[in-house]
Design a protein around this ligand. Structure first.
Ligand code: 13P
Ligand code: SF4
Length: 373
């Protein structure tokens, strides 16, 4: 999705790190408790050090919701995260994304128009009342609203299994679930596939829906027979990790541990010792035995920070050719200083807002998730 960030004024674009530090520290002090800065785990260190709270995407929105005294929530993360924060926070709170070009390429792989087209096409083959749409937190507010309107729910990488069990009327959620026969899961095929496997399903129960092809590239029979319709979306950062990386690490570190994010492909997650969200990874490293060497399949800023903050353990990237999330990296001290100094001057720049109707239905979908998990 194209978003336009205006070029920064010279004062910020050319400032050296010391000057930026002074600007941010002074603006932060001036704004006091009216300001709450959130830092997603993938933020670079020079931004993260200013964060009042660190966390995964959903945790941060919940923290913003709890900080009712903060008028300005500056979200150092990506666009869908700032939207979620706006949906969950009060009307008096304004959410700001320091760089409007900080999107998420995976979230952008599913837009409302293509999902509505898919829903309509599916409706010509099967009864869509029996399909439960589930969207990953990494999606636009419009898609969260879509699932809210159609009886579905949002999920995070932590609770995807509970939400999918609910959708299919399984497990301990069978009384509360909508007992669907099928799920349409977007935008990340890997999270959907990894979760389906964890629930005991196989590849035979899953089909990939390619939004660029007629009927998703499927035959009518595929659409009728499959349990999981997995949107053809992926995260380019996590898709880089390959089974060969796990094999190479295990060959050099026979006692080493491997932990991956569920946005990695299934053949990689299958070989890992543990799979979970960014928050899970942080806890996994914390709880690993002293002296252990752990290879992590996720974004590099988090891997480096975990290594630096855990001197008694060695934390390395599963892929030696490091890969940062380029959109997360768009948030830098220059943009942070710019939004904060504007706030001091009484101007809110880069505010992220979600319209009332979208926010209402997105909240319905988020609430379903909270009720389930
Ligand atoms: P978490 O929800 O685990 O923080 O993941 C967000 C993300 O963008 C992972 O690529
Ligand atoms: Fe999106 Fe991937 Fe970046 Fe996460 S790491 S914000 S899924 S592009």
């Amino acid at each position: 999705m194209f978003r336009l960030q205006t070029p920064l004024p010279e004062r910020y674009a050319t400032a050296d790190p010391d000057a930026l530090e002074a600007m941010i520290a002074s603006a932060r002090a001036e704004l006091g408790p009216r300001l709450f800065i959130l830092g997603h785990h993938y933020q670079r260190d020079d931004v993260m050090r200013w964060a009042d709270a660190r966390g995964d995407s959903f945790q941060l929105s919940r923290l913003a919701q709890q900080r009712t005294d903060a008028d300005y929530i500056v979200f150092c993360g990506v666009h869908f995260m700032a939207e979620s924060a706006d949906i969950l926070t009060g009307d008096h709170q304004q959410v700001i994304l320091p760089d409007l070009n900080a999107g998420c390429s995976m979230a952008d792989m599913a837009d409302l128009e293509s999902v509505e087209e898919a829903w309509e096409a599916l409706g010509r083959i099967v009864d869509t009342d029996r399909i439960v749409p589930i969207t990953y937190m990494n999606s636009a507010a419009a898609l969260k609203a879509f699932v809210g309107r159609h009886g579905g729910a949002v999920c995070t990488s932590t609770n995807a299994r509970a939400v999918l069990e609910w959708a299919l009327g399984q497990g301990r959620y069978s009384d509360a679930g909508p007992q669907g026969d099928q799920v349409l899961f977007f935008p990340d095929q890997h999270l959907g596939r990894n979760t389906g496997h964890a629930m005991g399903f196989t590849e035979a129960d899953m089909r990939v829906w390619n939004p660029h092809l007629e009927l998703g590239g499927l035959e009518d029979a595929d659409v009728k027979d499959t349990t999981f319709l997995l949107w053809k979306g992926h995260c380019s950062v996590h898709q880089r990790f390959r089974p060969a990386h796990v094999e190479a690490f295990r060959a050099t570190h026979p006692n080493g541990l491997v932990v991956t994010h569920p946005e990695c492909a299934h053949d990689v997650c299958e070989l890992a010792d543990a799979v979970g969200s960014t928050d899970f990874i942080v806890r996994y490293i914390d709880e690993a035995p002293t002296g252990s060497t752990i290879a992590v399949g996720t974004e590099i800023n988090l891997v480096h920070r975990l290594d630096a903050e855990t001197p008694e353990k060695t934390v390395v990237s599963l892929d030696p050719v490091i890969c940062p999330c380029s959109t997360m990296s768009r948030i830098d001290q220059q943009h942070l200083a710019w939004v904060l100094e504007n706030l001091v001057d009484g101007r809110v720049v880069n505010r992220i807002t979600v319209d009332d109707d979208t926010a209402h239905w997105a909240r319905v979908a988020l609430q379903r998730m909270l009720d389930i998990a």
